[in-house]
Design a protein around this ligand. Structure first.
Ligand SMILES: C[C@H](O)[C@H](O)[C@H]1CNC2=NC(N)=NC(=O)C2=N1
Length: 99
């Protein structure tokens, strides 16, 4: 898996307007706000099953109806296409939920 850098990284980030790249953490981050805990945890359950299938796991936190989720690729010390593809998939599950 190749580390995304420079113009290639920029081009991929532009596909994900609901996410922000945190350079300190080398991670893509998105905050999602759902109607209640049930909806938030349902989302997390679907992402957890997909994470196991992909062998690519989010870093995340949940407080009631809010989920903060981040993707990074440890083995490259930054972002790879795995993070981009997973984030795009999350957006199909939860388009425009949150801030
Ligand atoms: C050993 C195992 O393949 C790795 O630790 C996997 C598991 N899940 C992972 N998840 C994420 N987000 N990044 C990784 O680099 C990663 N690596």
């Amino acid at each position: 898996m190749k580390k995304l850098e420079g113009a290639a990284l920029q081009a991929q980030i532009e596909r994900l307007p609901l996410w922000r790249f945190n350079p300190q953490r080398h991670a893509l981050e998105r905050c999602l706000v759902f109607s209640d805990f049930n909806a938030a945890f349902g989302f997390m359950s679907r992402v957890a099953l997909a994470a196991e299938q992909r062998n690519h796991h989010p870093e995340w936190a949940n407080v009631y109806n809010r989920v903060d989720i981040a993707f990074t690729t440890h083995e490259v010390g930054g972002l790879s296409l795995r993070d981009i593809e997973f984030a795009l998939w999350v957006d199909t599950l939860a388009p425009g939920v949150g801030d």
